[in-house]
Design a protein around this ligand. Structure first.
Ligand code: AMP
Length: 539
């Protein structure tokens, strides 16, 4: 069979994942560049984080019960330890029949292989065993040795007599290898706050003066049902403030920065929603009241809300189901159940927002379903996004760093902007115009440099370089074309000018410049060409 008989398989991006193409990428870059500029004026530094982390980090930080962790993460075994897991599984699952010495011998050899792999992984620093792990390895080693001695030393007549001992050792090996944890699963990050906190602790940033202000941008991964504004690989731009102070002025300044960013981008119609969800002193009592009230109306609720009465009653307030709205409106509100400290903190956040001239809408149903979120929560909605109209979510999470093993005194607040949705909203509102960027479909080509003849090509290569050095966008044909075809391509590429370089121009030390909009043409020396193009560029 020749290769032409095969139709090559056509690949497509996987479901919920997409390419972002020019000219959209020009707008993406502008958005990201604006974030760099605005956030740095507030004293935030950029942190670049890994895209995958131990699954456990997200399970602990985001919460094992949440949809994000329980259903939506892309999780994989670490390749380095995958074969160790495979051997462990074989040992645990191998059912050896009574008196089957041959199987017991193979089982013993498998246990030795497992030990060899673990040793090698340790030598290469791929795994680090804690005390319990080391004990399990020691037990495994001695049981495997004893088993080998027993099996190789057995004499024909004593078979039955030693089987019990063999079976006992097999069981010991099985238990020791089953309980041995040598590595962690990995997950693509569904969000970045957990990673920022991990990095804060790992690099001892609590010793830095004041609160630490960090921002990040990049892709996140959640296996959600794709729709407009909801993707499985989506992008976030986020910021976090971590450190000893939880002053309400910090909350307000974080929000101010966010709004300054949106304003710089000319995002229209953004609305700030805020709420306070209390803390561990006052929220549990409120949650219990809410649960009790929800129990009374249980039968009128949908399946999701019914389930959440037990797992996470606050999340019922998130419900968008039409028929639940009337019921939810009558439920007790957290604002009426805040403790004195939380009430004072919330009042001061609002006062600090007013000081900054920021208008807000209070939304008592704005909750975060995670335990460590507390006090201030906020969200920004923008038009043009349909049902997925939140471009940004944020809140205070004073307990998170402690939950991840860091100092208990560390407070935290942050937000994450959905970049895909922000870009969509900018485009829908007409604020996404792209111009001036050095990209072909954005600003278009300043010059299409048509050359004719080998000598002209050499000159054209040099001229193209000097034009590009001066910041002009230049298309230089890679092969020689007939005049008409070459100029036709210049038209189709929507270049502003064709600069023509043939033998005559070369001999005369000039180029012919044709303005493609109206076909006017003139001959210019190189120096004059630059002045002319600069004048056009500066309008
Ligand atoms: P969260 O991390 O869930 O608080 O989300 C913060 C922001 O990220 C939201 O307000 C959205 O703008 C955006 N976002 C979350 N999930 C997705 C997704 N699957 N696709 C696109 N944007 C998302």
């Amino acid at each position: 069979m020749t290769s032409t008989q095969h139709r090559a398989k056509q690949f497509q991006a996987i479901k919920g994942v997409r390419d972002i193409l020019p000219p959209d990428t020009v707008l993406w870059n502008r958005v990201e560049q604006t974030a760099h500029e605005v956030f740095s004026t507030f004293g935030f530094g950029e942190i670049r984080l890994p895209i995958f982390e131990p699954t456990d980090l997200f399970a602990r930080a985001v919460g094992g019960e949440t949809d994000i962790v329980s259903k939506e993460m892309y999780t994989m075994p670490d390749q380095e330890t995958a074969h160790i897991y495979a051997l462990q599984r074989s040992l645990v699952e191998w059912d050896i029949k009574s008196g089957d010495f041959q199987a017991a011998e193979s089982f013993q050899q498998l246990a030795v292989s497992l030990l060899v792999f673990i040793m090698r992984a340790q030598q290469e620093n791929l795994v680090e065993l804690e005390e319990a792990g080391l004990e399990a390895v020691n037990d495994l080693t001695s049981a495997a040795k004893e088993l080998q001695v027993l099996i190789s030393g057995r004499s024909g007549s004593a078979h039955a007599a030693i089987w019990n001992q063999v079976a006992g050792l097999v069981e010991r090996i099985r238990l020791a290898s089953g309980g041995l944890v040598v590595g962690d699963d990995l997950s693509l990050r569904p969000e970045a706050t957990a990673s920022v906190c991990r990095a804060y602790i790992e690099h001892g940033m609590q010793t830095l003066p004041g609160n630490v202000k960090l921002y990040y941008m990049g892709p996140m991964f959640r296996r959600e049902r794709p729709q407009k504004g909801r993707y499985r690989q989506f992008y976030q731009i986020g910021a976090e403030v971590l450190g000893p102070s939880d002053a309400p002025g910090i909350d307000a300044e974080v929000i101010e920065m966010l709004l300054a960013f949106f304003e710089r981008l000319k995002l229209k119609g953004a609305v700030l929603h805020i709420n306070s969800i209390g803390d561990k002193n006052c929220r549990p009592a409120y949650v219990e009241r809410l649960r009790a009230e929800l129990q009374k109306v249980r039968e009128q609720l949908g399946a999701d809300s019914q389930r959440r009465i037990e797992t996470n009653p606050l999340r019922v307030l998130d419900s968008k189901l039409e028929h639940e709205q009337g019921i939810i409106e009558k439920l007790p509100r957290i604002a009426d159940h805040l403790c004195v400290e939380c009430r004072a903190h919330y009042d001061e956040v609002k006062r600090q927002l007013v000081l900054r001239g920021i208008t807000y809408q209070e939304d008592w149903r704005l909750v975060r379903g995670l335990d460590y979120y507390m006090r201030t929560t906020f969200e920004i909605t923008a038009p043009g996004l349909g049902s997925q109209n939140a471009v940004c979510g944020g809140g205070r999470y004073d307990g998170l760093v402690e939950l991840l093993g860091g100092p208990a005194t560390t407070k935290g607040i942050g937000f994450a902007i959905g970049t895909d949705r922000l870009v969509l909203s900018l485009q829908e509102s007409g604020a996404g115009e792209v111009s001036g960027g050095p990209a072909r479909s954005a600003g278009g080509f300043d010059v299409y440099l048509a050359w004719f003849g080998a000598a002209a090509q050499t000159a054209a290569i040099g001229l193209a370089r000097r034009l590009r050095d001066a910041g002009f966008v230049v298309e230089l044909p890679a092969v020689e074309m007939k005049f008409g075809k070459s100029l036709g391509l210049a038209d189709r590429l929507k270049a502003r000018h064709a600069v023509i370089l043939g033998e005559d121009e070369l001999a005369a030390g000039v180029v012919a410049v044709k303005r493609l909009a109206d076909g006017t043409q003139q001959k210019l020396a190189e120096q004059d060409l630059f002045s002319y193009l600069r004048a056009v560029r500066n309008g």
